[in-house]
Design a protein around this ligand. Structure first.
Ligand SMILES: *Cc1c(COP(=O)(O)O)cnc(C)c1O
Length: 364
């Protein structure tokens, strides 16, 4: 059977492995499995959100409020923008899908970092756009600019902090780059880990209202999946000028997030204390990972997120190490597919991290 010919360029995205799979394959009990592969908040969602969901579980029979009024109001307040500047997606992943389908065609070009979030490329390929990449591991905006100048891409993806490397771009540097980009080029600024980054270093903070005000050709993406602990609820958002949002709305299916996801997002915004507390502990624990890396002689990339990328010396193979850890019930992310002999590890709870260090040492 023939399929859309663009699909031949796409490999099925391999998501972080779920706990259930380790339980089935290795016969480890679920409590023994530590998931450090998908950058979820190890402390989970706010207890207030959990309570709200429990109280409202029977509401699932109703379609959600498709205007998403309350959630957009909450976000509008948090970010000091108007509701009309916001679009909600089933994760910011879905907003990326909207962007690709609304902005790109098979004659478009997109530009991204060599090592970055895999979905930018997948969605671009889906519409047949040509994918251009820098050749550096970190975002080198000078290189971005050179390629931009020669190729004039339709869309540029900037991921700050970047997944899977964890490094972030300083706001002033990003703005200096954006000043040189023409108004027809859409620049996507993916801030999935911004709650972490802004606490690591205030200069990393990109404020969506300022961004879209200064650069009307940009769109900011955020998500509830990481610091807010709502990965399983699938809530993300895009913030941009109204004309961009209106165009994205044309490709949005109705009722694209669930009734309970909406409630969860609204409630989560009311408990920022939970977010900031998680962020604070995250960076305390991050220091232990840095110390661990020094002790075992690994290099690491300084991270402004809730994960750390460890670069392995040549005598180790990141795929073998990841598999060995998996057998021991620890799920991490092998970065072989990104061209790095490294692993990305989500910072866990203190007790999980202690076990991780112990088991990792044994595996080595
Ligand atoms: C996790 C992540 C997202 C989106 O996650 P959703 O769960 O779809 O909101 C987007 N960009 C980056 C860089 C991420 O790491």
């Amino acid at each position: 059977m023939k399929f859309n010919s663009h699909l031949s360029k796409i490999e099925v995205y391999e998501a972080g492995k779920p706990i259930e799979l380790i339980v089935r394959e290795f016969g480890i009990s679920p409590e023994q499995v530590i998931k450090m592969a998908s950058n979820e908040n190890p402390f989970g969602m706010s207890p207030k959100v959990a309570k709200k969901l429990a109280e409202n579980s029977s509401k699932g029979y109703l379609y959600p409020d498709d205007s998403m009024f309350e959630l957009k109001e909450g976000l509008a307040q948090r970010f000091q923008v108007d509701s009309s500047n916001i679009i909600i997606g089933a994760g910011s992943d879905q907003v990326l899908d909207f962007i690709s389908r609304a902005k790109l065609t098979s004659s478009s070009k997109v530009l991204m970092n060599r090592v970055t979030f895999a979905m930018y490329e997948i969605y671009a390929n889906l519409v047949g756009a040509k994918v251009l990449k820098t050749d550096s591991t970190h975002h080198d905006l000078e290189q971005f600019y050179q390629i931009y100048k020669n190729e004039r891409p339709d869309t540029i993806f900037i991921c700050t902090p970047n997944n899977p490397t964890g490094d972030a771009i300083e706001r002033d540097e990003l703005y200096r780059f954006l000043e040189k980009i023409d108004s027809e080029t859409l620049v996507v600024v993916d801030g999935a880990y911004m709650e972490y980054a802004e606490k690591r270093n205030p200069n990393f903070k990109i404020e969506p209202s300022e961004l879209i005000d200064k650069f009307p050709n940009s769109i900011y993406l955020g998500t509830f999946s990481k610091a807010f602990g709502l990965g399983g609820m699938r809530v993300g958002y895009g913030i941009a000028q109204r004309d961009i949002i209106q165009n994205l709305y044309k490709v949005r299916p109705p009722f694209n997030i669930t009734t309970l996801s909406l409630l969860a997002g609204v409630e989560a915004l009311k408990d920022m204390e939970h977010v900031w507390k998680s962020v604070e502990i995250n960076f305390q624990e991050m220091e232990k990972f840095e110390k661990f890396a020094d002790e075992v002689g690994f290099q690491y990339i300084e991270s402004a997120t809730n994960f750390i990328t460890l670069l392995l010396p040549e005598r180790y193979n990141s795929s073998n190490i990841s598999n060995e850890l998996l057998r021991m019930g620890i799920i991490i992310r092998d970065l072989k597919g990104y061209g790095l002999n490294g692993v990305r590890v989500t910072i866990g709870k203190p007790e999980e991290n202690i076990r991780f260090f112990e088991i990792f040492r044994n595996v080595l």
